[in-house]
Ligand binder design. Sequence first.
Ligand code: GLU
Length: 446
Amino acid sequence: MSSPTITRFAPSPTGYIHVGNLRTALMNYLIARKAGGTFILRIDDTDPERSKEEYVDGIKEDLTWLGLHWDRVERQSERLEKYNAAADKLREMGRFYEAFETPTELDLKRKKQLNMGKPPVYDRAALNLSDAEKDALRAERGDGVWRFKLDNQRTEWVDGILGDISIDSSSVSDPVLIRGDGQILYTLASVVDDTEMGVTHVVRGSDHVTNTATQIQIMEALGGENVPSFAHHSLLTGPQGEALSKRLGTLALRDLRAQGVHPFALLSLMARLGSSDPVELRTDMESLIEGFDIGHFGSAPTKFDVKDLFPLTGRYLQTLSAADVADKIESLGVPADKAAQFWAVTHENIETLHDLDGWWAMFRDGAEPVIEDADRAFVAQAMAMLPEMPFDENTWSQWTAAVKEATGRKGRGLFRPLRLALTGQESGPEMAAVMPLLQTVRARQG
Ligand code: GLU
């Protein structure tokens, strides 16, 4: 029997989730759910200075809003002993060494190598230090950093998205896994967690490909029984292919939520964007899970346009009833007996629920009338014939019939100026349905 599928989403709580890391979260979630497996939320908080509790809460809030429920939470800050035990093991095997170069010294080394046309890879000078030299350096500079000694071979894996990958580890510096102040770095913590938690599939951004080569080597050094399958999704770009990394901060899920984007618009888009499957609005998680296949994703950068989320949200809203959005309608101050009618008239004419604000303001306060010069006398005559409020669903037909009779106008010449005068708009919902909602007619005054 194959082992049960276990995936994890591993954000560092140094910021809120944005569309870029949502993709990572969603892919890992969908893989776990499709296989009936486990989805772990792993908080990568080994950096005490940059990790903030408010972001941990924020990440959970955003995932909950999306409906991406996790089976359990793991926190790296609570697992430091395990990482230190793994570090000891690496030391015992001679795969871990202390190095004392200052950042300036490292920088100088890199520059020299580049000048000589060589790749700027750490030269392992620290491997040649005697114990006495290390003691002297430690006394002078404090504890050193700990580097993992890479095996200078190619590291290979079949990537779930990128296909065959082969990384020449001699072009990669021995990674620092523990800082001079004892802080465990992500790479070591991640390797220990993925192994001990039995993670079977890791999906993350393609900026992690080199990390993966390093992590596979560390996993193998530590025993290597549970090396997961890796898949690296392409990075998101803006609609013109421009880098999105700097703008991701403005594409935080909470900002999109505040703009009225619906979770299913985001989920429907992000679960398919960059794959050979079409983006279609899904209104339930089951069908998103059902249709998901990581193998359908390509390696080319994925274009993302935030604007696409609005029509998708609009289409989702069209599937709702007035009862589904009762709270929102009530909050606008729409009288209870008009709520269903208000929704019937507006729901196909909005992209987000925020658009209802404008619609209700228009019904309540009346629209700024639009009256073309040629229609001025006609509109004045029609307004004089408009019955007193409240209007009902017959008001429009009775009134326009009477106006037609009195003025001889018909068709577009009759209806268009009246709609423009009452709503300020060329087109929109059926006027018969609009009339009973109108609380004010500003065109009546002038
Ligand atoms: N905390 C890491 C990050 O956010 C996790 C990467 C991984 O999935 O291993 O980049």
